[in-house]
Write a protein that binds this ligand. Sequence first.
Ligand SMILES: Nc1ncnc2c1ncn2[C@@H]1O[C@H](COP(=O)(O)OP(=O)(O)OP(=O)(O)O)[C@@H](O)[C@H]1O
Length: 268
Amino acid sequence: MAGEDDIAIRVEGLKNAFGDQVVHENLDLEVRRGEIIGVVGGSGTGKSVLMRSIIGLQRPEAGEVTVFGVPMTGESLHTPEAEAIRRRWGVLFQNGALFSTLTVAENVEVPLREYYPALDQELLDEIAGYKIVMSGLPVDAGPKFPSELSGGMRKRAGLARALALDPELLFLDEPTAGLDPIGAAAFDELLHDLSRTLGLTVFLITHDLDTLYAICDRVAVLADRRVIAVGTIPELLALDHPWIQEYFNGPRGRNAAQSAERAGTGRD
Ligand SMILES: Nc1ncnc2c1ncn2[C@@H]1O[C@H](COP(=O)(O)OP(=O)(O)OP(=O)(O)O)[C@@H](O)[C@H]1O
């Protein structure tokens, strides 16, 4: 087990249920500082609910979540310490969740206005421009509306907004879903470069096997209402859980492994 200072997120004994449907029970997970952790699992296993539980958008029935050592669940949700932690993360939701009536630059400025209301417009524009370029968009994307962007550009705009507050921790829910393979690979590369340059910890929900091979340090597998395994892909492959074997050793998994080997990006 890693030392306390090395842990970015700790989830212990998490339970989530919607009516009779128990989504998580006794779910534990540790995310280490500075790692890109991929979160995988069949459809409906509760990956998004797990992310929402960590960021405080889903109130769990039981369990504890701590982020950078600060308790974030139950009564602790509204402490000044928890509030300060929320400023240290950025979130990219599954559909990008951009405000359609705001331009890209205005979208990026939303969290800045919320947390730093005293910033003047010139500085807001300057910071937004910087984040937009950092996310691989052309400078002239700033005044555009989300409807004027391609799917890949919208993801980048969402990433620019997630980076607005200089986060240490990024939550991404299926960032490459809907992108063509070339666009997805470019997004993976951007994410990998940003995480290494900025020292980010990344919690990345994905179905994209190429992404797992290309950029994830470790992968957490959700099944049977909990995290059944966490490790590098070779470590997971050594387990004989049927879902893990089918996922990584099925035709798509083998293709992704071969592509990663050819590209020299496979992590171990
Ligand atoms: N607000 C809600 N009310 C009721 N049920 C919900 C709610 N949010 C999620 N669920 C249910 O919880 C389960 C887990 O949902 P979740 O979106 O976390 O799955 P997922 O693993 O992210 O799936 P996918 O890979 O398809 O995106 C699903 O059965 C879903 O219907």
